[in-house]
Ligand binder design. Structure first.
Ligand SMILES: Cc1cc2nc3c(=O)[nH]c(=O)nc-3n(C[C@H](O)[C@H](O)[C@H](O)COP(=O)(O)O)c2cc1C
Length: 204
């Protein structure tokens, strides 16, 4: 963990269900003044799922449309990187990224990260994050899990990743799916040292 709250985040999204969690994560990082730079990468399968779940189609103005009507029309600090560009900034350990989050993370991407297969930018950036011993958070979503998934979860955790399954909490009685996804995004940010002022806090 850097000795300051992360200022430079890599955010990747892959073809697992749960694009609403990505939307709320990006809304929160866009709003958080402590975060100055976000490099954002979407796999082709993520685009397919976003078309189904957010009605966001294609790459043009992708970030603004993920952020939706409550987001700014052009997110200034979120930069879209191509998953095919293995020469992008975040492909190198010399680039000062502080941490990386994959939300949602498919079991396919999990498998590639857990086994060091770095043929696209998402997996390469995750590989770099692990080798540089920076925080890597994998918001994995699949159910049920078979033994290969469970082995890959173990391998990724053993290499230093945090497995942060897309499992929302219910004890704060979320009023809507947006409410549920927002609190989940806040939990990921708090884990990275970026607690959000309006997050629910259990008082016991
Ligand atoms: C609507 C839809 C929902 C999907 N949900 C999941 C899921 O929850 N978890 C998962 O691992 N894969 C899911 N998949 C399958 C992945 O998208 C597929 O395995 C893909 O190859 C993953 O590629 P990526 O890891 O490069 O994004 C889903 C696919 C579609 C079209």
């Amino acid at each position: 963990m850097p000795n300051h709250p992360p200022q430079n985040l890599t955010v990747a999204t892959t073809g697992a269900s749960g694009a609403i969690f990505l939307r709320h994560f990006l809304l929160a990082v866009e709003r958080d003044q402590r975060i100055q730079t976000v490099n954002f990468i979407a796999s082709d399968s993520a685009l397919r799922v976003m078309a189904e779940e957010l009605n966001v189609k294609g790459r043009a103005t992708l970030i603004a449309r993920i952020l939706g009507s409550t987001g700014k029309p052009s997110a200034k600090k979120i930069h879209l990187q191509s998953n095919d560009d293995i020469g992008a900034n975040v492909a190198s350990g010399s680039y000062p990224a502080d941490a990386m989050v994959v939300i949602p993370c498919s079991v396919g991407t999990l498998a590639r990260i857990a086994n060091g297969v770095a043929s696209h930018l998402i997996e390469r950036a995750a590989d770099v994050t692990l080798k540089e011993k920076r925080p890597l958070v994998l918001c994995v979503r699949e159910t049920p899990l078979h033994k290969i998934h469970i082995r890959n979860l173990y391998r990724a955790a053993d290499a230093g990743a945090t497995i942060f399954p897309l499992i929302p909490a219910f004890y704060y009685l979320p009023a809507s799916l947006d409410d549920m996804a927002r609190e989940f995004a806040y939990r990921v940010l708090a884990h990275l040292g970026l607690p959000q002022p309006d997050a629910f806090r259990w008082k016991g």
